[in-house]
Design a protein around this ligand. Sequence first.
Ligand code: GSH
Length: 200
Amino acid sequence: MLIVHDNTESGNAYKVRLILSLLELDYKTIQYDVTKGETRTEDYLSNINKNGRIPVLQFEDGRLLAESNAILYYMAQDTKYFPTDTWQQAKIMEWLCFEQYSHEPFVAVAKFILTMLPKDTPRRAEIPTLHEKGYAALQIMEDALVENDYLVGDSMTIADIALYAYTHKAQMGDFDMSRFPAIARWCERIEDEPNYIKMF
Ligand SMILES: N[C@@H](CCC(=O)N[C@@H](CS)C(=O)NCC(=O)O)C(=O)O
């Protein structure tokens, strides 16, 4: 059976659980507390991921694949979540890179600081900058979704899965999501997809 090296609070790990569920694949999870360094042990670094992070997808033959968007890409091959048209594929990659560089470092990190670190953490000083950059990323999504039901093409792809993971929990990082009605409608469309599972 597939194994997800996982943490239930992590949007990156949720992307993996979501694609596996949408594809009706069985899997089990092994949980790691990232706030206690459980992905930084010698054992984890040697045997699961040298980069010390979840998620990692472990295949039945023992192969390991890290990086949430690489996992989405691999699992979505030959499915409706990764179209065959190469222009659409490139546009999906554009969103996956956007997610990792311009969205997740701000939207996810604000949630992490506000929900997973102690209330008196000095990292709360980062919140205004995270909000400024996170709102900029959310506005780019909003603009794309005002006229389109999905980020690429006219049905759900791994671009939507990658961006949905942290966007639909952005309010946990104190983002005011009432500013983004097109994102709200897009979230509802994703949640209507057969075999959708919630993050928590
Ligand atoms: N680019 C990676 C990021 C993975 C990542 O940041 N994982 C975090 C949890 S969301 C983690 O494992 N943190 C533990 C640590 O860095 O020690 C991906 O998309 O999978």
